[in-house]
Design a protein around this ligand. Structure first.
Ligand code: ARG
Length: 447
């Protein structure tokens, strides 16, 4: 094991089983860029506080920025990413690197790095979410004339426009993206907590504009402002921002899972509403005819995985005493996994949506089902001053009679209809069985 950031008081080496169990470098190396950003800023602060001379500030920052510009490969002989960056810096600039950890603790460092990581990933999710929203909007627009059966309980309910069905997912996604943006803005970047009690450095030195460093590290984040911590105990203890990131990604995953399920159902032979492009499907090793929507099935399933990440993490922090405890290290894997998974899902869906084809004839052939217009007959009676509940009962009996006798309502004579209500006339109700009339009569908000 490479040199640890601690060890002076120890006389025995760490047991290999503990070393293996507690190490996080194999996953937290993904924080390298963000941790290097934190270190570069910390060096500026050390300069302002007089712990480093201007020339030293320059040398340490230059070495760190160079490290941040290259590819960062985890070295498993280190405990964590913070230790590896320190170790690499020592190799590059020698003893001067030993001053980097002045007035700093990994407890504060890891919060900063994880917060910037979250901001970065939330920004990426917001962009990909908007891309998918736009793809869905175009799909809805390109198929704006298609009317389909609306379902409740998976049963035929009333005709609706396909564009409204897709528009529902657009709105869910837009709400998700809004939540993602709020979560990102809510994350305030601070330093100065030390291990728990703060540092001897004056608060004013912690006011740093970070954009120039973020730019050098090609982070793509702007408007980054560092502030002094208002409460050092809070800073090292709180992981509400992690919970929030896991929450918003889980909510989006839930919406994507429902969308995936709708598409899977629509692609079955029984429905045949859509044709999913071959590039987004896979085959079977045994059945040569198969074209399966595996990617959609995984999107459906991954919601469970993202819920698991969220609830697993919330369980870890439940009952955790203040302030920092090593349990908190266990936030990384679920956090990384949720972000990486949702990013993949959004990318796959965008491509799939862009190439999706609707089988207009097949969808509209479903609209012959008379039951879809039963509610329209109820409204027809209501317009003739029949109370809604009474009208509902009348049409219910009419539907029952139609099923029992195998007679379409459309083809019933006035005499037959009068058994249910003298206000039902064949000539008047026949026009109700028109999908467009049905949809337009209820679409009070024009979209
Ligand atoms: N790898 C640790 C984490 O993710 C960093 C902080 C370790 N601090 C400590 N005092 N052991 O939480």
């Amino acid at each position: 094991m490479a040199k640890k950031l601690w060890g002076g008081r120890f006389t025995k080496p760490t047991d290999p089983s503990v070393e293996e169990f507690t190490r996080s470098i194999h996953y937290d190396y993904k924080l390298a860029k963000y941790d290097i950003l934190g270190s570069v800023i910390h060096v500026e602060i050390l300069g302002k506080a007089g712990y480093l001379k201007p020339g030293e500030v320059y040398r340490v920052q230059t070495a760190l920025l160079k490290m941040g510009a290259g590819k960062f490969s985890p070295d498993l002989s280190y405990e964590d990413v913070h230790s590896q960056i320190q170790g690499m810096l020592e190799q590059k600039i020698g003893d001067l690197a030993l001053k980097l950890h002045t007035a700093r603790s990994r407890n504060d460092q890891v919060v900063f790095a994880t917060k910037v990581y979250c901001k970065d990933k939330l920004a990426q999710v917001a962009i990909l979410g908007e891309n998918l929203t736009n793809a869905l909007k175009s799909l809805a627009k390109a198929n704006s004339d298609i009317i389909m059966p609306g379902f409740t309980h998976m049963q035929h309910a009333q005709p609706v426009y396909l564009k409204d069905y897709l528009g529902a997912y657009v709105m869910m996604l837009e709400a998700g993206v809004d939540k993602v943006k709020i979560a990102a803005t809510d994350i305030k970047l601070t330093m100065g907590a030390g291990a728990v009690a703060g540092t001897p450095i004056k608060a004013k030195h912690y006011n740093v504009l970070m954009d120039k460093y973020a730019k050098k590290l090609k982070l793509g984040l702007t408007g980054l402002k560092l502030e002094p911590t208002k409460n050092s105990v809070y800073t090292v203890s709180d992981r509400g921002f992690v919970a929030e990131a896991l929450n918003v990604t889980a909510i989006i995953a839930a919406h994507l899972s429902r969308f995936a399920e709708d598409l899977i159902i629509w692609s079955t032979k029984e429905f045949d509403f859509i044709d999913i492009d071959e590039a987004f499907c896979t085959g079977s090793s045994l059945m040569p005819q198969k074209k399966n929507a595996d990617a959609l099935e995984m999107i459906r399933g991954c919601a469970g995985r993202l819920y698991g990440n969220r609830i697993g993490f919330l369980t870890i922090i439940k009952g955790l005493p203040l302030s920092y405890n090593r349990d908190m290290q266990l936030d990384k894997e679920p956090l990384f996994d949720s972000f990486e998974t949702i990013v993949k899902e959004l990318k796959v869906l965008k491509g799939l949506v862009k190439t999706l084809k609707f089988n207009k004839d097949k969808i509209e052939s479903q609209l012959d089902d008379e039951s879809l217009y039963a509610t329209d007959i109820v409204y027809h009676l209501v317009n003739k001053s029949v109370a809604f509940k009474t009208a509902h009962e009348i049409v219910g009996k009419l539907v029952r009679y139609s099923i029992d006798n195998g007679i379409e309502i459309k083809s019933m004579t006035d005499h037959e209809l009068s058994r249910f209500s003298d206000k039902l006339k064949n000539k008047e109700i026949i026009r109700l069985f028109d999908p467009k009339v049905s949809v337009e009569s209820k679409r009070s908000v024009k979209r």
